[in-house]
Design a protein around this ligand. Structure first.
Ligand code: BTN
Length: 228
């Protein structure tokens, strides 16, 4: 079960950094680190991630990992985050490949997976915006970000994430793929990437994004996909 033991902080640099430290010291799988504020929150691709005090949840879990980090593993985390967000809020939550959580076309939660397969563990870090008002987001992301709202608390969000990741870490690949394709935000949208553009057409069994182009189909695996 993800969520035991649980270490909570009022403020911390980064829950992912702390969880990695704990994992390196031999903390058990299932350990969760949460914080009501991060001062050095980390996003994907070296970006920063804001966790303003009491208005968002920073949640990191130490989970078992065998094999490579790419594949379905990071997508399982996005699926868990989307299920938790949907349970906490009013609207339905979609997954923007590989693992952003979208509500009404805006990002509500982000996932950063940092794996050490050689040591048998990974840290799954999830940040959920709970009650950040629209005008409190930095201007550059204001029209692309949103919060869960609906009275979601640090406790209810922690509980929802614990349960959702416990489930989606062990579901069969076929169930994960079916749910990913059901929640696929990009499906049917035009996407561009380094070297091409096309229409997003689903998630492949290896976790890649299937894109239909004028020349056939391609599977994208790395880097960011930007909407055209
Ligand atoms: C992204 O969308 O770029 C990923 C954001 C991940 C943020 C979470 S908050 C909890 C954990 N601790 C961190 O420093 N980052 C992740």
């Amino acid at each position: 079960m993800i969520g035991s033991p649980h270490h909570h902080f009022e403020t911390i640099g980064s829950t992912n950094a702390h969880a990695r430290e704990l994992a390196g010291q031999g903390a058990p799988h299932g350990t969760v680190v949460t914080s009501a504020e991060q001062t050095e929150g980390r996003g994907r691709q070296g970006r920063a991630w804001a966790t303003p005090a009491g208005k968002a949840l920073a949640w990191s879990a130490i989970v078992p990992l065998e094999g490579e980090v790419p594949g379905l593993f990071p997508l399982r985390a996005g699926l868990a985050a989307s299920q938790a967000v949907e349970e906490l809020g009013d609207g339905s939550a979609e997954v923007k490949w590989p693992n952003d959580v979208m509500v009404d076309g805006r990002k509500c939660a982000g996932v950063l997976v940092e794996g050490r397969p050689q040591d048998g563990w990974a840290v799954v870090g999830i940040g959920i915006n709970l009650s950040i008002e629209q005008d409190e987001f930095p201007p550059e992301i204001r029209d692309r970000a949103t919060s869960v709202g609906s009275g979601a608390t640090l406790e209810s969000a922690t509980d929802a994430l614990n349960r959702a990741l416990t489930r989606w870490l062990v579901e069969a690949d076929a169930a994960v793929l079916a749910e990913l394709n059901r929640r696929d935000y990009l499906a049917g949208r035009e996407v561009t990437w380094e070297g091409g553009s096309g229409t997003a057409s689903g998630i492949a069994p290896d976790g890649g994004l299937i894109v239909t182009t004028g020349d056939g189909t391609e599977h994208l695996h790395a880097g960011e996909v930007h909407l055209a």
